[in-house]
Each structure stands twice: as structure tokens, then as C-alpha cells.
Design a binder for this molecule. Structure first.
Ligand SMILES: [Zn+2]
Length: 342
């Protein structure tokens, strides 16, 4: 089977965005504040929003199951306070859960956390636990910069984050390190902020001994790892200067990269530089880059083509990228599949 470890609910019915806009408006005028129960989206509307979009493309492109989380750019943790994020995260996670109930063979959830700048990440634990225990979610998205491009939080290696890591280890769930909208004009959200964050997260881990403290903690760094694979020699050299172990021992038992790289040479490089055990198939469709590549005639985010075509992977390696690695990195997903006889 083919597991896509990176999909967001980017096609949610318009009512969701309207509710959020009202929540934001209420920050200035509390009389406008909507209740969570004011948002009404029927199962039919959810079905429609998925069937003609993500599910259609999954069938066309031949992927089977997507690890599905709320729309990343909409998380916007910088807006409002903890209560704002908490209500918003609960709503968005519940919608992803409902999608996973409507299409149980094709979607399984990953949680957005109710992060808020300056608020102790411990505050996210109740939502994390609810999503794992009640919704059967198999992962979380962790935003290393809830300020939205101003980087006011300590690095991921700081004990600031440890309470969350303890919960991740306890529940055996990985985190995709995923920022949200940039509110810093210097950083375009999907073209700069996302890739900066991927690179930054990797370097924060490299300079630390985080995985000595948490040997079973797992991070998925999306978007092909930002600049990491391309500059692998630089990172190896920096680790050497810092007297760190070889990167394969220092980081690669814990860090994995997805394949959201939207051209063949990028995937060829990723699969050449990064060990195959650390690469997870993903497309992030329908996401930031929705067009057709005039050089190939295919959608940029039709990433399966690049995996199928890269000379670096044989059939066994391809199976790892498409399925086996995801089952290892997301053990709760593996258990859910085994329970279905898959
Ligand atoms: Zn994403």
C-alpha cells in the first residue's frame, strides 16, 4: 500500500473559514465571539469536500491512505491567546476525525496543537491526549515557532518542550515539525518560512543532545527537510567541528524526511543523500503548489511519479518509502492497519 504521511484538510467547507474569521473579529469586539457549536457542517458536506478533491487525486495517483491534519497555514497560532487556539484546534481536529470516520480506509488523523506564543507547551497536552485516545490519531504537528515568523520560542532542544516530548514518547507518536502562516513580511509562508523552519529544526537538533534525553522521540521534517539534504556535507562538517557523533548515529534514529519536493532532481538528490530508512512518502496535496509543471505536463505535487522514476531506489527501497517506514515511524498507524488485517 502507499501511505502519504503529509496531507492537510485544505478543502474544508467555507463555513470553517467563516467561523474562524468571526473568532478573529471577536478579538476586537467580544460581542461577536462565536461558540464552537455555532459551526455546523454536515457529513454530506464533509464527504463532498473530500471526494472530489483529496480522495479523487489519491485514486488517480495510486496512494491509499493519508495521514491527515488540519490545514497548516490556518493553524495561525500567533492569533489571539491560548483560549483562541484551544477552541480553534479542537474544531479543526474534530473535522479531521470526522473525515477519518467517513473514509476510514483512506484517512487517519494527526493533531494540530493549541499552541500560543509565550504559553507553556504543557497546555497542549489535554488536546493531544484527546486526539490520541478518543480520535485514534497517530501523530501531531508541532509548530516550533507559534509566533508566526518571529521565533520567540526556545529551540526544540530546550526543556521548554520536554513535557510534550514525554507525552509523545508515552503514546508512541511522532511529531511533524510544521510551522504555520508567517506574519513576518520577510518570510513568505510556504516559500520561505516553511523551508526555513525545516532547516532550523534540524540544526536545533544537531547542536543539542535531545535524542540522548529522548532516544525514542521521532520528528518528521517535511518538505524534503528544507535545505538539509542539499547541504548534507555542511551539516556533517558542522557536527564534526562540534565533536558530535556521526549524523547517522546522532540524528537519523530519530529524524525522518518526507518527499514533498516538487521536481525529479530534488527527489533524486534526497534519495541519494539520505538513507532510505529515513524517507517517508508524502505529497502535501492539495497544498501550497497546485499547478501543473510545464516541463513535465504533470502536477508538481504528484510526488509518486518522482519516487517511481528515481534511479536511486529499487523495488525494496521503494516499498520502504511508500509503506514500511511509515509503519515504523507511526506505530499507532501500524497497529490500526494490523487490526484491519492490513
Ligand atoms: Zn504541510
Amino acid at each position: 500500500m502507499i501511505i502519504d504521511c503529509h496531507g492537510h484538510y485544505t478543502t474544508a467547507p467555507k463555513a470553517l473559514e467563516n467561523w474562524r474569521n468571526q473568532q478573529i473579529a471577536a478579538l476586537k469586539d467580544p460581542a461577536l465571539k462565536p461558540r464552537a457549536s455555532d459551526l455546523k457542517i454536515s457529513d454530506d458536506e464533509l464527504r463532498e469536500s473530500i471526494k472530489g478533491n483529496q480522495l479523487r487525486l489519491m485514486k488517480e495517483r495510486g496512494s491509499d491512505l493519508t495521514i491527515f491534519s488540519p490545514r497548516a497555514s490556518f493553524m495561525a497560532h500567533h492569533i489571539g491567546d491560548f483560549e483562541t487556539s484551544s477552541t480553534w484546534a479542537a474544531i479543526c481536529n474534530e473535522l479531521c476525525f470526522r473525515v477519518s470516520e467517513l473514509f476510514p480506509d483512506h484517512f487517519i488523523g494527526a493533531a494540530m496543537l493549541p499552541q500560543s506564543p509565550g504559553v507553556d507547551p504543557r497546555s497542549c497536552i489535554p488536546e493531544l491526549e484527546r486526539c490520541v485516545r478518543e480520535y485514534g490519531f497517530v501523530a501531531i504537528n508541532l509548530n516550533p515557532d507559534p509566533s508566526g515568523g518571529h521565533w520567540t520560542s526556545p529551540p526544540l532542544s530546550d526543556c521548554h518542550w520536554y513535557p510534550l516530548y514525554e507525552k509523545m514518547v508515552e503514546h508512541d507518536i511522532p511529531a511533524m515539525v510544521h510551522v504555520s502562516t508567517s506574519c513576518n513580511a520577510c518570510f513568505h509562508t510556504t516559500g520561505a518560512h516553511y523551508l526555513n523552519a525545516d532547516t532550523t529544526a534540524f540544526m536545533q537538533c544537531l547542536t543539542s543532545d535531545l535524542f540522548t534525553d529522548f532516544p525514542t522521540l521521532r520528528f518528521v521534517i517535511p518538505h524534503g527537510g528544507g535545505a538539509v539534504p542539499y547541504h548534507w556535507g555542511r551539516f556533517r562538517g558542522l557536527a564534526q567541528e562540534m565533536k558530535k557523533p556521526l549524523l547517522k548515529d546522532h540524528l537519523l534514529n530519530n529524524i525522518f524526511f518526507d518527499t514533498c519536493v516538487y521536481h525529479q532532481p530534488g527527489i533524486d538528490l534526497l534519495t541519494r543523500v539520505i538513507p532510505v530508512d529515513n524517507i517517508l512518502f508524502a505529497s502535501e496535496m492539495i497544498g501550497a503548489v497546485r499547478g501543473i509543471d510545464p516541463e513535465t505536463g504533470f502536477f508538481y505535487d504528484d510526488t509518486r511519479r518522482y519516487i517511481d522514476s528515481t534511479p536511486m531506489l529499487d523495488a525494496q527501497a521503494r516499498h520502504k518509502v511508500f509503506e514500511a517506514n511509515a509503519r515504523r515511524v507511526y506505530p499507532r498507524l501500524d497497529r490500526a492497519l494490523i487490526a484491519k488485517g492490513l
